[in-house]
Design a protein around this ligand. Structure first.
Ligand code: SF4
Ligand code: SF4
Length: 436
């Protein structure tokens, strides 16, 4: 795509990087067919190509964007399906991240939008605050019509998605191997340990069984993905720097094989730390080191021999999270691991399409997110699964809000099949692990 940036504009490294991305787009439009918002809405401005054009115009003019432009950028899920499809290697992720940060700096949103977005940024990355907010949301659910009248559809979506009970967190008894094959940090995350603490426990057992010593760091915080996708660039970089300091200390004092992530949305961001901090002389090199050893748990487990699985042929519909399949290009590892553990794996049609979760998207754009979830559920239900597995907490909550079978994390199934306890979501149902 042709651009018209001035030399002065291109002196800004972020604009120069975006110019490179825009110029790599050849208008072919292949990406439109796999973009969930274009598939649903059929508007070029809700397609990757249309958004690239809107972002180009916005950045070139260096003016405050109109509400119309912001609406179409906001409707993007950052699912990155377009990046998988694009034959020209357009890095849409970096472009839309820049656009969101630009909008955040230059555009004044209506008051209630500002309030909701600020609340999300203040609460979600902090597990204690998030837990309290969920307890409050549960009590406030009968007031959903009033919340909707005051704050719009996102407010009632927040109340509807809050779980009716929060699982208590019981720390797992780690069984570190005597001669570990490596030492890994298991990233703590922020939403996942509040909503499904059993995922971390299953991951620790599984990693120990695979021969790894697992370290949890008390000093790390949210990876910054949630605020990053809200365009709050300074906050996301602060979060990244804090974690980089903690992990570099671990690398330099005791050595680390990998930083392992169970929430694939966080994993995509960790792997992008090197790019996010490329212009910070104090952090660029350290950020690149952290990104180089960040791994999704399925990526690590695919490289080792797990004990033989005894899943007894349970039928599992595997939903590939966008952040895993498009963001990190991890496509086969989870299904290969599950199949090797004895599960029958079925992958829904349109598996490239987002379920509508997308970080805070299902809260801020509940109507589109609801349509995507229903479409996803129709393709999953057609498989008649006994269980649904996925590798990202956001997808678990989104799909779980409509599923009539248990929705679990991939590592919970792998842990169970290789000797761990039944995932809590499957409790009380007749799932027999094979004894052979
Ligand atoms: S990130 Fe997803 S929603 Fe956004 S333009 Fe690309 S395919 Fe469409
Ligand atoms: S597929 Fe790639 S090159 Fe083609 S229009 Fe979409 S972003 Fe541009």
């Amino acid at each position: 795509m042709q651009t018209n940036f001035s030399p002065l504009q291109l002196a800004d490294p972020a604009t120069a990087a975006s110019e490179g991305v825009i110029r790599s787009c050849v208008h072919c439009g292949f990406c439109t067919a796999t973009c969930p918002t274009y598939v649903l809405l059929g508007d070029e401005r809700d397609s990757p190509r249309g958004r690239i054009y809107l972002i180009k115009e916005m950045l070139e003019r260096q003016q405050t964007p109109t509400a119309e432009v912001v609406k179409h950028i906001d409707r993007c899920l950052s699912c990155l399906s377009c990046m998988t499809t694009c034959p020209s290697g357009v890095n849409y992720m970096h472009l839309v991240d820049h656009a969101r940060a630009y909008i955040e700096k230059t555009y004044k949103r209506p008051l209630r939008e500002r309030f909701l977005r600020s609340m999300l940024a203040l609460v979600l990355p902090h597990p204690r605050r998030f837990r309290l907010a969920l307890q409050f949301a549960r009590l406030a659910r009968p007031l959903s019509p009033l919340a909707r009248a005051l704050f719009g559809p996102p407010a009632s979506a927040m109340l509807a998605l809050a779980p009716s009970a929060l699982p208590s967190s019981t720390p797992v008894e780690a069984s570190p191997p005597v001669n570990p094959r490596g030492r890994i940090i298991l990233q703590r995350g922020c939403a996942e340990p509040v909503l499904r603490p059993q995922i971390r426990n299953a991951a620790i057992r599984l990693l120990n069984r695979a021969g790894y010593e697992v370290v949890l760091s008390d000093d790390e915080g949210c990876c910054g993905a949630l605020v990053h996708h809200l365009g709050r660039e300074a906050e996301s970089l602060t979060a990244a720097r804090r974690n980089i300091d903690v992990w570099i200390r671990e690398i330099e004092t005791k050595g680390l094989t990998a930083i392992v992530v169970t929430a694939s949305g966080c994993g995509t961001t960790l792997k992008d730390y090197g790019y996010m901090l490329r212009n910070d002389p104090s952090y660029a090199e350290k950020a690149a080191r952290v990104s180089a050893i960040a791994m999704d748990i399925s990526e690590l487990l695919a490289k080792v021999d797990l004990p033989a699985g005894r899943a007894g042929g349970l039928i599992v519909a595997y939903h590939p999270a966008c952040s895993l399949q498009h963001g990190q290009k991890i496509v086969d590892a989870p299904t290969r691991l599950l199949a090797a553990a004895g599960f029958q794996i079925r992958v829904p049609t349109e598996s490239h399409l987002c379920c509508g979760s997308a970080g805070t998207y299902n809260l801020l754009q509940p109507e589109i997110a609801g349509q995507l979830r229903d479409r996803k559920m129709a393709s999953i239900e057609a498989l008649s699964p006994q269980v649904i597995a996925t590798g990202n907490i956001g997808c678990m909550i989104q799909i779980g809000s409509r599923a009539n079978v248990p929705v679990v994390h991939t590592v919970e199934l792998l842990d169970w099949a290789t000797g761990g306890p039944l995932p809590p979501a499957m409790a009380g149902q007749d799932f027999n692990r094979s004894t052979t």
